[in-house]
Design a protein around this ligand. Structure first.
Ligand SMILES: [Zn+2]
Length: 650
């Protein structure tokens, strides 16, 4: 068995070391390609291990650049990126590799195991989706399309950014900012030369949301709303161009539409299955969404408009469940939350974490060895507190993947969990918000998905090779438990008195999570269906708006003003990676809700489903489609009604 890597990195020599390594890889690649009778063991395995070792070498740099960012890490990181990109582009366009994979797949398909076949299938698919196997003329056109597409996406987000930055609304009457939180008023406040105090609101997120949620002047709300939903009208033309190009690209690659192209790398089997899934959810959420709206309407004096909903919803939320975060924090002391989560995972899956004494990149970082049935299985690194030089947010980053190397030796997996919780000092403990607890569970869900893999081929081991619309399944699955009384009571004890968190406080957390959940669901479904349908053929000009309008007939309970051009700001799909994939959020949520409730209904601890989840989903990694793994887990298709149950929709 090979040991865990030591976390060490020499920034002085990193670029030299990287170049040496890549040169060696290129030489090795030539040798591998020159072999006469290539087979899985003599070609695919060494190719995979070469990739794995490069990842292992590079990950400490990208990790360090995120958690201990300095001028030096930035410099080395920036210098290494083009080198790595050039190397991987060359590999992905090397048609000899593609041909070798295809030949080996044809020759050995019957004798290889499913993990090995999956490696070949995904590699071949990857080549074919980039068009590397097509004739020169087509390849050239694909390249042109790709360049044009990224220019257009960039213009789309730049236009949106400019429109957001250019706008401001000045409030002169102090009365109009009454009701806003003090901190928002302070941010908006400025003094003119003549000493008069005014308030500036913009379309940037904290500012816009603050006025829409708390601003009492309905006219100002509507003005801001209108400015927001009419941003960057010139993006309409970009949408037309993008849709045309994406369609052409998909056809050149052998797909009927961009939607089909997108589905090629996803778990969802067909267009019909996605649309049916989304439409069923609409049908089942609508009645409750109407009720929710009536409740909000009751508070308002006038018929509700789109620009009023956030404001009146906030009043209703305060009335019903006013959650004071400060009341919760003392129950969530960081170390006891971490230990409690380990305890929970031990009772759920029988896995055990043991803290290691190891010098890491920061004294607040920790490492743990993970055991299943007393067998050393993986290593986890945690770095949970905010500090200077650390990127914001929370994430899991995989380092080593479980596999068996060229010599047949087992390599164990490792992963990092990074969060930005309040820093602890010698006098003050780090007390978390409940949201932070949810975040920690979420990232841990990703981490155990990677670490508990028993797959022997690293390219489909752990989170590697998992479909895009299934990757969030294990993380969402685990985060759901952070609302369960049985789980919270394992560790949520007041850090001073030791009192366990009372039931009514837990109940309030769940209810406030589900506040207006059906309305929120409808909105997400509207975006999902719009995105998905829009990419099934070429929509042009007014057809885009007409499509959105026709979907809204089913999803929008308040009439959307005709000036609303939401699509011109839908950056997720026109400037991000979500085109024909926005449905993925809901898709993965169904898998997680379904598995979660099976475990809950079996009493959580000693649940058979949990044991199968460990054996099938977590150990299975990306070696089979999640569609298949899920069926093995539950013996049936995922049940969308569990998502409704999770959101408190009856
Ligand atoms: Zn996630």
């Amino acid at each position: 068995m090979s040991n865990f890597l030591k976390f060490q990195i020499n920034l002085e020599t990193f670029i030299d070391d990287l170049n040496k390594r890549l040169n060696k890889n290129s030489e090795k690649l030539n040798e591998l390609l020159e072999q006469k009778n290539k087979n899985y063991a003599s070609f695919v395995k060494p190719m995979q291990m070469m990739d794995e070792e490069l990842e292992q070498f590079f990950t400490p740099l990208s990790h360090l650049n995120s958690v201990n960012n300095t001028e030096q890490t930035q410099e080395v990181y920036a210098e290494s990126l083009p080198i790595i990109t050039e190397y991987s582009t060359k590999l992905s366009q090397n048609i000899d590799i593609y041909n070798a994979y295809k030949e080996i797949y044809t020759d050995e398909k019957e004798t290889l195991n499913y993990e090995q076949n999956r490696v070949l299938e995904l590699n071949i698919l990857h080549f074919e989706l980039s068009g590397a196997h097509l004739d020169e003329k087509t390849k050239k056109r694909l390249q042109e399309i790709n360049i044009k597409k990224s220019e257009l996406s960039n213009d789309f987000s730049q236009n949106l950014l400019n429109a957001t930055n250019e706008y401001e609304y000045i409030i002169e009457n102090k009365k109009d900012v009454e009701g806003l939180p003090k901190s928002d008023i302070e941010t908006a406040k400025f003094k003119e030369d003549n000493g008069v105090i005014k308030y500036r609101f913009t379309l940037q997120m904290p500012s816009y949301i603050a006025y829409m949620t708390y601003g009492q002047n309905a006219e100002i709300r509507e003005t801001l709303y209108k400015a927001y939903v009419t941003r960057s009208p010139q993006n309409a033309e970009i949408i037309d161009e993008l849709l045309t190009l994406k369609n052409e690209m998909s056809r050149l690659l052998g797909f009927k539409s961009y939607t089909d192209y997108s589905l090629a790398t996803k778990m969802a089997p067909s267009q019909e299955s996605v649309l049916r899934f989304l439409e069923d959810l609409i049908k089942n959420s609508k009645a409750q969404a109407k009720k929710e709206l009536q409740e909000v309407q009751k508070i308002a004096t006038q018929p509700l408009k789109s620009s009023d909903t956030a404001f009146y919803s906030e009043i209703l939320k305060k009335e019903k469940y006013d959650i004071d975060e400060e009341e919760y924090r003392p129950y969530f002391e960081q170390q006891s939350v971490v230990n409690g989560m380990f305890e929970f995972l031990n009772r759920l899956f029988g896995i055990r974490f043991e803290k290691q004494q190891e010098k890491l990149w920061d004294e607040k970082a920790d490492s743990y060895d993970l055991y299943i049935d007393d067998k050393l299985t993986a290593r986890l690194y945690t770095d949970l507190e905010a500090r200077k030089g650390k990127r914001g947010g929370a994430w899991m980053h995989n380092w080593q993947a479980h596999c068996s190397n060229e010599k047949g030796e087992e390599q164990l997996a490792s992963a990092f969990i990074v969060c930005n919780f309040p820093a602890s000092t010698e006098i003050n403990p780090s007390l978390l918000r409940h949201d932070d607890v949810v975040t920690l569970f979420h990232e841990m869900g990703h981490a155990i998905h990677h670490m508990l893999s028993s797959v022997n081929e690293n390219e489909v081991s752990g989170v590697n090779g998992v479909e895009w619309d299934a990757v969030e399944f294990p993380s969402q699955f685990l985060e759901n438990f952070a609302y369960e009384p049985k789980v919270l009571k394992l560790f949520a004890a007041h850090h001073k008195t030791g009192d366990i968190i009372p039931d009514d406080m837990i109940e309030k957390l769940v209810k406030s999570k589900n506040f207006l959940s059906a309305s929120g669901m409808l909105r997400q479904l509207e975006f999902s269906i719009f995105d998905f349908t829009l990419h099934t053929k070429v929509y042009k000009g007014d057809e885009v708006q007409a499509l959105l309008d026709s979907i809204r007939e089913d999803t929008a309970l308040i009439k959307t003003p005709s000036y609303n051009k939401f699509q011109n700001g839908f950056a997720h799909i026109f400037a991000g990676g979500y085109a024909a994939g926005y449905y993925s959020y809901k898709w993965a949520e169904v898998l997680s809700a379904d598995a979660f409730f099976s475990v809950v209904d079996e009493g959580i601890f000693n649940s058979d489903t949990a044991k199968r989840y460990l054996d099938i989903i977590l150990k299975g990694g990306g070696a089979k489609s999640m569609q298949e793994l899920f069926k093995e887990l539950q013996g049936r298709e995922p049940n969308p009604s569990s998502l409704l149950r999770l959101n408190g929709i009856k």
